[in-house]
Every structure is written in structure tokens, then in C-alpha cells.
Design a protein around this ligand. Structure first.
Ligand code: HEC
Length: 102
């Protein structure tokens, strides 16, 4: 019985540590799996594929709403993500992109 209690306490602890960390990082996780192949890990883009750097003055000055809209609908060579990601997932990943712009 003591063992089971210890086990239960341990898994509860593990869950409480992992769950918030996942929520916090989901923008980063989406970026890694769906965006990084074109935009690079640091957001510097790929000139050869016409992928602009997120640090360009033009993209730095664009509003969050406009960036979210472009990701949902697609732009130029970028596919639309509106059918693959929810609006709140796109907002999270754009929030992550803002951290790369600093
Ligand atoms: C197949 C390559 C590719 C993938 C995958 C991709 N992008 Fe892009 N992205 C581009 C290209 C190319 C542009 C430039 C579009 C243009 O201005 O013509 C772009 C532009 C952007 C812009 C700037 C839009 C603007 O306002 O000019 C944002 C923000 C962006 N991408 C976010 C994302 C996010 C978030 C993901 C993942 C969910 C993603 N991209 C996945 C290729 C890609």
C-alpha cells in the first residue's frame, strides 16, 4: 500500500510538472514541427526559398493579427495552415515568433 501511494504521488508530481511546461512550449513545439523547415530555428528564413527573416524591419512592424491572418490563409510560397492548426494554435506560434524577433 505504501508503495502504491508513493507511486501515485510520484506520477501526480510528474504530471503537474509536465503539463504546464507543455502548455507553455506548445507555440515552440508547433514551430519546430511545422515552420522551422522553411523559417529556420532562429527565424532567419531562407533567402533561396524567398522566406524572409522574422527580424526584418517589415515583419517586426507587422501586427500580430496580420501575421496570424497570413499564416491561416497562406502567403506567396507559404501554404495555408488554417485547416491544419486552430486559430489559437496559430496565435501561440506567432507569439513564439515574437520571441525570435528580439
Ligand atoms: C514551405 C515553407 C514554409 C513553411 C512550412 C512555413 N512558412 Fe511561413 N513563410 C514562407 C514564405 C515563402 C514566406 C514569405 C511569403 C511572402 O511574403 O511571399 C513566409 C512568411 C511567413 C510570415 C510573414 C507573413 C507576412 O506578413 O509577410 C509569417 C508570420 C510566417 N511565414 C509564419 C509561419 C508559421 C507560423 C509557420 C508554421 C505554422 C510557417 N510560416 C511555415 C514559407 C513557409
Amino acid at each position: 500500500m505504501k508503495r502504491i501511494l508513493t507511486l501515485a504521488a510520484t506520477s501526480l508530481f510528474a504530471l503537474s510538472v509536465v503539463a504546464p511546461a507543455f502548455a507553455q512550449n506548445s507555440g515552440a513545439a508547433i514551430y519546430k514541427s511545422k515552420c522551422q523547415m522553411c523559417h529556420e530555428a532562429d527565424g532567419s528564413g531562407m533567402a533561396a526559398m524567398h522566406v524572409p527573416s522574422f527580424k526584418s524591419p517589415q515583419l517586426k512592424s507587422e501586427s500580430t493579427a496580420s501575421l496570424v491572418n497570413d499564416v491561416m490563409k497562406g502567403k506567396g510560397m507559404m501554404p495555408a495552415f488554417g485547416s491544419k492548426l486552430s486559430a489559437s494554435q496559430v496565435k501561440e506560434v506567432v507569439a513564439y515568433i515574437h520571441t525570435l524577433q528580439k
